[in-house]
Write a protein that binds this ligand. Sequence first.
Ligand code: FES
Ligand code: FES
Length: 153
Amino acid sequence: MTTTITLNGQPIAVHAEPDTPLLWVLRGELQMNGTKFGCGMALCGACTVHLNGEPVRACITPLSAVGNAPVTTIEGLQGPEATALREAWTAVDVAQCGYCQSGQLMSACALLKKTPRPSDADIAAAMSGNACRCGTYPRIRAAIHQAAGNKVA
Ligand code: FES
Ligand code: FES
């Protein structure tokens, strides 16, 4: 069936059954491959997107749960937090293989929007669902702190 979702600020028609995971729609139908498939079971965070501004796991979010809520993927992530995070990610040289990193950035951006100056504990709590097999966690934490300090209001 055809459904219209709001993706990165634009209405877009998708052709999928209501129980299709949003991740399949993004990657399979729309070829938006910035959002990654990792575990498919809400365990790794690689598929994290924003739904109505909140980080969600696209692998377990059915199309039927999206409704009129705006979906934002790494391709459409904008704003002062996103800009500061991208700059900090580069400055700190966070990424290794890069596979987990779009999900990490989506979670980090949601954190900074709610908590502009997060503590180490805030970062640990917000990022605990994003796994990195390369072990970039210390640099992710450093980059989030750096982005929080550099963010333009
Ligand atoms: S692929 Fe969705 S949480 Fe791992
Ligand atoms: S950078 Fe390789 S999995 Fe995180």
